[in-house]
Write a protein that binds this ligand. Structure first.
Ligand SMILES: [Zn+2]
Length: 115
């Protein structure tokens, strides 16, 4: 998987993001690239599964819980995608509001200028 497009991150870059993803410290842009890449790349998926199992497995063993970690990771990734979608919609909405505000402003200036 080395022939990535210009805007796509390499496997090495994606795998470098795993620790920050697991601690919830990715930017929206990074998270989008991250989840998008995981959908296409089984190598990186395996990589995050191992990291997640190690990371969470230790914590769970210590607390004596036996929960399906595999399903947990799935849920976490789905939640991330939903959060990305919400944030993307939000920034689109903000953008539209800003654009509308600019148009209203231009219209006001034009009206004042004409009359
Ligand atoms: Zn990859």
């Amino acid at each position: 998987m080395k022939e990535n497009g210009r805007n796509e991150k390499s496997c090495k870059e994606i795998q470098g993001l795993i620790p920050r993803y697991l601690s919830g410290n990715l930017s929206l842009k990074e998270a989008r690239a991250f989840t998008g890449h995981l959908k296409k790349c089984s190598d990186c998926r395996e990589e995050i599964e191992i990291s997640y199992l190690v990371d969470q497995g230790i914590a769970r063993v210590e607390s004596g819980e036996t929960i399906d970690l595999h399903a947990d990771l799935e849920t976490m990734l789905t939640d991330t995608e939903e959060a990305i979608q919400r944030l993307t919609q939000f920034s689109t909405a903000v953008y539209l509001i800003e654009m509308t505000a600019v148009f209203v402003l231009i219209a006001c200036v034009l009206i004042l200028w004409i009359f």
